[in-house]
Ligand binder design. Structure first.
Ligand code: XMP
Ligand code: MG
Length: 181
């Protein structure tokens, strides 16, 4: 285990199992709908790869990079589009794949944007949900795991660009970010 990690919450095996389960639900719900599955960069890349493999019906994959965090640990409510989609979502069913929903500010803005672009439907699939922290009325349609109100990293999630490549989700030792503030 990485030295900066206090505790492993979900192993690669746990995540694989949950991706299989969610993939089956998504396959059933989107059969014949040819959805656009959107990976929110960079945090969702590992989970996106797992989910995409478990969707057993036609779909398209696209990528969007939005920034709400910078290097801090608290969402600002401002969402900047760093990389937009390549595909038009007009009249298309859209499934957003996220790493974590925290306050919900990022996803609220993203859902608004895609609805404004006249997507036929917009749903959310997130690996992690931190419902305790929610300030916006966003609710995910597919959730991997609910996590406690602690800063977690790994499996796509970072702190200052680090830890994304860890093959598990773990709680970061508070000393790591306290030293950087
Ligand atoms: P909001 O608050 O807008 O934030 O729902 C969503 C984005 O914030 C990041 N985030 C985290 N990243 N560990 C992380 O590595 C965390 O515990 C955490 N909580 C929020 C994440 O990028 C997410 O997309
Ligand atoms: Mg993110």
């Amino acid at each position: 285990m990485n030295n900066d990690i206090k505790e492993v919450l979900y192993s690669q095996e746990d995540i694989k199992a949950v991706a299989e389960k969610l993939g089956q639900e998504i396959t059933k719900d989107y059969e014949g709908k040819n959805p656009i599955v959107i990976c929110v960069l960079k945090g969702a890349i590992l989970f996106m790869a797992d989910i995409a493999r478990e969707i057993k019906t036609y779909c398209e994959l696209d990528f969007m990079d939005v920034s709400s965090y910078g290097d801090a640990t608290e969402s600002s409510g401002e969402v900047k589009i760093i990389k937009d989609l390549d595909t038009s979502v007009k009249d298309r069913h859209v499934l957003i794949i996220e790493d974590i929903i925290d306050t919900g500010r990022t996803l609220e803005r993203l859902v608004d944007l895609l609805e404004h672009r006249n997507a036929a439907s917009v749903k959310i699939c997130t690996l992690l949900d931190k419902p305790e922290r929610r300030v916006k009325g966003v609710s995910p349609d597919y959730v991997g795991f609910e996590v406690p109100n602690e800063f977690v990293v790994g499996y796509g999630l970072d702190y200052m660009g680090k830890y994304r490549n860890l093959p598990y989700v773990g709680i970061l030792k508070p000393a790591v970010y306290e030293n950087n503030d």
